[in-house]
Design a protein. Structure first.
Length: 192
């Protein structure tokens, strides 16, 4: 397995190898500190033999994509599986990505939810992300996909409801002010 990411944008990476058999889940465990992703499991559609998986921790948004994801980025990662073109929905029935976020990071960055986003079809897509536990100062999450590419672990801020503006005390221009009643002297007819 090789990375399509320029080496200058890769902070660190780890590669693991497993035998892939049709319809049997295979698990790749990653142990490099601060990699973000610590496990992927893959259920292939057909026998593929020995297949390598690689996770790249990036210094910045992947150079392969056109734009950064929305939200506060915790980590940018690429996940590669097998040779070029193998890690697609045609060859993979299901895949699960497990990743971790430092427990104090969400509050330090004013976010209240964590999601895994995947760059696919020219856009960032939010994958269904579930918190699965906590361990050694980290919060553990899990997301599912059917192919591998560029990913970002992103914090999302809670959206505040829109409050309508308060009414002002100004008198609208179409309101007509009443004409005051004439006083007794003003009511007399002028004399000639």
């Amino acid at each position: 397995v090789s990375s399509n990411e320029p080496f200058a944008n890769i902070e660190k990476y780890e590669t693991r190898e497993q035998y892939l058999y049709a319809d049997r889940e295979a698990t790749y465990s990653f142990t490099t500190p601060d990699l973000g992703v610590y496990m992927i499991s893959v259920t292939p559609a057909e026998n593929a033999g020995s297949v390598s998986a690689r996770v790249d921790l990036l210094k910045d948004t992947s150079t392969i994509v056109d734009l950064a994801p929305d939200g506060v980025v915790y980590k940018n990662v690429n996940i590669w599986l097998g040779t070029s073109g193998f890690a697609t929905s045609e060859n993979i029935r299901d895949a699960v990505i497990r990743f971790k976020v430092s427990r104090d990071w969400p509050s330090a960055h004013s976010v209240d939810s964590i999601v895994l986003m995947q760059y696919t079809g020219g856009n960032w897509v939010e994958l269904k992300t579930v918190k699965i536990g906590e361990s050694d100062g980290d919060i553990l999450y899990e997301s599912s996909t059917d192919h591998f590419s560029c990913f970002a672990i992103v914090g999302k801020a809670k959206e505040m409801p829109v409050v309508p503006d308060k009414p002002t005390d100004e008198v609208p221009s179409e309101v007509v002010q009443p004409t005051p009643e004439p006083t007794e002297e003003e009511g007399k007819s002028p004399g000639f």
